[in-house]
Design a protein around this ligand. Structure first.
Ligand code: GLU
Length: 449
């Protein structure tokens, strides 16, 4: 068996949102779990709606999520290949010209509905004689082209849903080529899957019906083995509605801007709606262990932004210094204090955006909050000489306790307020040596430092 090759095939007509990213991540983790490759394919044959800016934004978003495609292709550059495939289908009599206008088709559909019939294309165009076609074309009509489905039940063993089948008698012959010669998604997708030797097509279950059609087209075009198909459940909002209408706030770009961790998106995307519990991860590779598409459930997966936020926070708390070093450097958090600072502060961060505030407490200037001047004066006089380490806090506060008789909150709270200007925060035993004697002493005396 060759290693698997999967593809993620977005249309660059907008930014990707958490639902699309889920498809990308499921493909990526599946491929990586089996030592396989990942193709990024831009389905950009719709020239009106496809935009270069979205191509670039999608690449940026995927890279941010940790997805490194092995190959990137664009359908717009491959139209000659689709034209050849369409011609092959014409040659074997599976692609036929149709001349109905959208209004005519709509009228027929309404008639069928009124008679209680399913709205399936009646193949009237198949009955046209050459003379009819010549006449229609002389009237200025251009044909669109439909694939003639073979009447059969198409079976496949779905990697997520198990044995699956669709009776093509319940489907209209799909239009593959529009009047203006451009291609709808259906044919180019199959042609690319053939040409690129895609072994596994993993996509949302909104494509289940396409799969029956595409298996037939695949077999009409080649003797190669049909890829395996897996259709994952779709992510829905808490109220059960699809995510597509709410792309704005849930786009990967805006989640990133709001400080959500990429690894939290990955964990949520891959584990939600599966038999695994959603838990924080520290690398994408972790998701490849025990990964099995069959663990994805068949019911819709609920997406809860609050769950993502909480997961992101838990993820951040687990990240070691190496994995955030570059991101901290972007906040000028560098030098020998950077690592102990990270280990002290990470547990208090909601998002990495908060890190700058805590760094200011350590390295910058803050306005201390003075609750009890006399007490702080005593505390400042008890400050030991440097060097300081994580034991300094304990010995210092024991000395103050001894001196003042205070304990618990009465002892610690005024110190925290003076040293950090905040009610709560990282362990002072860890922060104090990073703040250092000069700043600590000034703050305890009420001075900005
Ligand atoms: N461009 C298609 C979509 O966005 C790709 C579907 C597929 O994976 O075949 O839905």
């Amino acid at each position: 068996m060759p290693p698997p090759l999967v593809r993620f095939a977005p249309s660059p007509t907008g930014r990707i949102h958490i639902g699309n990213a889920r498809t990308a991540l499921l493909n990526y983790v599946f491929a990586r779990s089996q030592g396989g490759g990942f193709v990024l394919r831009f389905d950009d044959t719709d020239r009106e709606r496809s935009r270069e800016e979205f191509v670039q934004a999608i690449e940026v978003d995927l890279a941010w999520l940790g997805i490194r495609p092995d190959v990137t292709v664009r359908q717009s550059a491959r139209e000659a290949i689709y034209a050849a495939a369409a011609q092959r289908l014409r040659d074997i009599g599976r692609l036929y010209p149709c001349y109905e206008t959208a209004e005519e088709l709509e009228r027929r559909r309404r008639l069928q509905q009124a008679r209680g019939l399913p709205p399936i294309y009646d193949r009237a165009a198949l009955k046209l004689a050459p003379a009819d076609r010549t006449r229609l074309e002389a009237e200025g009509r251009r044909p669109h082209w439909r694939f003639q489905l073979a009447p059969e039940t198409v079976h496949w063993r779905d990697l997520v849903r198990g044995d699956s089948h669709i009776d093509t008698a319940s489907l209209s012959d799909p239009v593959l080529v529009r009047e203006d010669g451009s291609y709808l998604y259906t044919l180019p997708s199959v042609v690319d899957d053939i040409e690129l030797d895609i072994t596994h097509v993993i996509r949302g279950e909104d494509h289940v019906t396409n799969t029956a059609v595409q298996i037939q087209i695949f077999k009409a075009l080649t003797d190669k083995p049909v890829p395996a198909f897996g259709h994952h459940n779709l992510l829905v909002a808490a109220g059960g509605e699809g995510l597509s209408k709410r792309t704005g706030a849930l786009s990967i770009g805006s989640l990133r801007d709001s400080g959500i961790e990429a690894l939290a998106i990955a964990a949520l995307a891959v584990l939600t709606g599966s038999s695994h519990e959603v838990h924080p991860i520290v690398s994408l590779a972790e998701l490849s262990e025990n990964f099995d598409l069959a663990h994805i459930s068949r019911t819709p997966a609920r997406f809860d932004p609050a769950e993502l936020k909480a997961l992101s926070q838990r993820t951040l708390h687990k990240l070691d210094f190496e994995s955030v070093r570059d991101r901290l450097a972007a906040y000028d958090i560098t030098g020998f204090k950077a690592e102990p600072f990270w280990l002290a502060a990470r547990g208090n961060l909601e998002t990495l955006l908060d890190v700058a505030d805590w760094w200011r407490v350590v390295e910058g200037e803050i306005e201390p909050v003075v609750e009890d001047r006399a007490f702080l004066q005593t505390a400042s006089e008890s400050l030991p000489e440097e060097p300081w380490d994580e034991t300094t806090w304990k010995s210092w506060t024991s000395a103050i306790a001894h001196e003042t008789g205070r304990k618990g909150r009465a002892l610690f709270h005024p110190l925290r307020l003076a040293l950090t200007a905040r009610e709560t925060g990282p362990e002072l035993a860890k922060l104090l040596p990073l703040i250092g004697r000069a700043k600590a002493s000034a703050r305890l005396r009420g001075l900005a430092a």
